[in-house]
Design a protein around this ligand. Structure first.
Ligand code: FAD
Ligand code: MLT
Ligand code: ZN
Length: 464
């Protein structure tokens, strides 16, 4: 391995690698501290050519590569295993914005570009990159695409997949698939870029992407609404959609218990209602020049009994405060301690039924468990997280966790839902992919993996 390490160091040059335990530390543990791995070296290439040379060298030595972006992923996908033999390929230095084409409503960025930086570049050109999530200050475009990230604007603009027009990908054999075209229409054969979106570094290394941009949506109206149940949220969304149509940018559901955690752990976070409600929705709409548009629509919804209370942000500071509450959930949950994270989706029309069945299930399996539910309800995507009693011994926690998760995913499956809505599979859900996608789907996934990476050097132990 020493010869390989020396060759890799030469490829990236000084400043392009580290083996220093202190530097490596944050790259060997994921954001929630659930997975920990080891590596002999982390490489930070500055060009696609350097990525190619790294892949060639590792392929010759049969050494696995773990691509890593901002390391904000939730499933351990960017963390090497404990063997100490997997090399981390961190994309942070490959971060240029190659081009913003305002007339074509597109931009071309390198994989290591931080999402917030890409958003800013689009805004500076009078355009809008709608992908938005709590980790946008540190996650990277390559990681967003590799996980097919969702976030808060999916209802209107779709997931990362729908924003990708073209990709540049380094394949396991060291060739570069350059489909970095900025076209809306292209029926020339199979749409190969789709394979790499959501593949979590197991099929190729994304080095650049061409992204779809939108017109600036202009002024926004933001409201926090108190509601009775998750089912009421679905009805409210239906009512608002008929009035506001695609002006609805975000529609985020949060349970009271989740906001309690935010108030407990996040400094100066206060839910701005005098009364408590069982559930809340945070709604953002483009006003289209009519600042009253959301308020009027909510008043009509209130007449139909679809909400209990509503607070409209009076200015951008109030709106930002509301969004701070929402974006702090992951941090508050992390500080509270380990939860069983379930990132699931079911058809929107069956959300309320699912929640009722989920409650029954939890009550039956573990009456002392606490449900922490929030999510992107407009997309049918819930973060249905479960906190087990702190007193459980580690082995019991693990066994109970597996029992509850399996029963819950069976329930999701019976709704024709997904056990992985937006965070991906990584290490944590690999066994579940094998059971819930078993049959022709999984066989085809395995065939594709074998075809594209026969020696299994790209992120082995993840996804498949
Ligand atoms: P990493 O964590 O570094 O990597 C994720 C996976 O992608 C790994 O398997 C890695 O190997 C692979 N990968 C990374 N870069 C590349 C590349 N260039 N080529 C090939 N493979 C690559 N996710 C959502 O979907 N919606 C949310 O609302 C959301 N909110 C979040 C809020 C917080 C506070 C946090 C911490 C996370 C949140 N996430 C959310 C999860 C996470 O931020 C996203 O999944 C994000 O897209 C990961 O990007 P990253 O650059 O950090 O990728
Ligand atoms: C969110 O919606 O806040 C994210 O997906 C993060 C999380 O699930 O914790
Ligand atoms: Zn989410």
């Amino acid at each position: 391995m020493t010869a390989l390490i020396e060759r890799l160091q030469e490829i990236v040059g000084s400043g392009g690698w580290t083996s220093d335990p202190q530097d490596l530390k944050p790259h060997l543990t994921e954001w929630r501290g659930v997975y920990e791995g080891r590596t002999p070296i982390m490489l930070k290439p500055r060009s696609t050519d350097e990525v190619v040379a790294i892949v060639d060298a590792c392929a010759e030595n049969n050494t696995p590569i773990v691509p890593q972006g901002g390391n904000t992923g939730m499933c351990g996908g960017a963390i090497p295993d404990e063997s100490g033999k997997q090399v981390i390929l961190n994309l942070s230095n490959l971060n240029r914005i190659r081009d913003v084409d305002a007339e074509n409503f597109s931009m071309t960025v390198e994989a290591g570009c931080i999402l917030a930086a890409a958003q800013e570049a689009a805004t500076a050109a009078g355009r809008y990159l709608p992908l938005s999530l709590g980790a946008e200050g540190s996650c990277q475009i390559g990681g967003n695409i590799a996980t097919n990230a969702g976030g808060i604007n999916v209802g209107r603009y779709g997931t990362a997949r729908s924003l990708v027009l073209g990709l540049e990908v380094v394949l396991a054999d060291g060739t570069v698939m350059n489909s970095l075209r900025s076209l809306r229409k292209d029926t020339a054969g199979y749409d190969l870029k789709q394979l790499f979106i959501g593949s979590e570094g197991t099929l190729g290394i994304i080095t650049a992407a061409s992204l779809r941009l939108f017109p600036d949506p202009g002024e926004m109206a933001t409201a926090l609404v108190g509601i009775e149940s998750a089912g009421a949220a679905v009805k409210l969304l239906g009512g608002l959609k008929t009035k506001l149509d695609d002006r609805i940018e975000s529609f985020e559901l949060v349970s009271r218990r989740v906001f309690n955690l935010v108030e407990k752990h996040i400094p100066n976070a206060t839910i701005p209602f005098a009364e408590e409600y069982p559930w809340y929705v945070l709604i953002e709409t483009a006003t289209g020049g009519d600042p009253q548009i959301l308020e009027n629509a909510l008043l009509q919804e209130a007449e139909h009994g679809r909400l209990l209370d509503a607070l409209i942000a009076k200015n951008s500071t109030e709106a930002a405060n509301l969004w701070r509450l929402r974006h702090s959930i992951a941090e508050a949950e992390r500080q509270e301690g380990k939860a069983l994270k379930h990132d699931i989706s079911v058809p929107l029309s069956r959300m309320q039924e699912f929640l009722l069945k989920g409650d029954e299930l939890l009550e039956r399996l573990r009456p002392d468990a606490r449900l922490i539910a929030f999510g992107h309800v407009g997309d049918g995507n819930l973060h249905y997280n479960v906190v087990l009693p702190r007193e459980l011994a580690v082995e019991e926690w693990v066994a109970e966790g597996e029992r509850i998760t399996r029963a819950l995913y069976d329930l999701v499956d019976s709704f024709n839902g997904s056990f992985s809505a937006e965070h991906g599979v990584g290490q944590s859900k690999r066994a579940y992919l094998a059971s819930y996608r078993a049959g022709p789907e999984l066989n085809l996934m395995r065939s594709l993996k074998n075809l594209l990476d026969p020696a299994n050097i790209l992120n082995p132990g993840k996804v498949i």
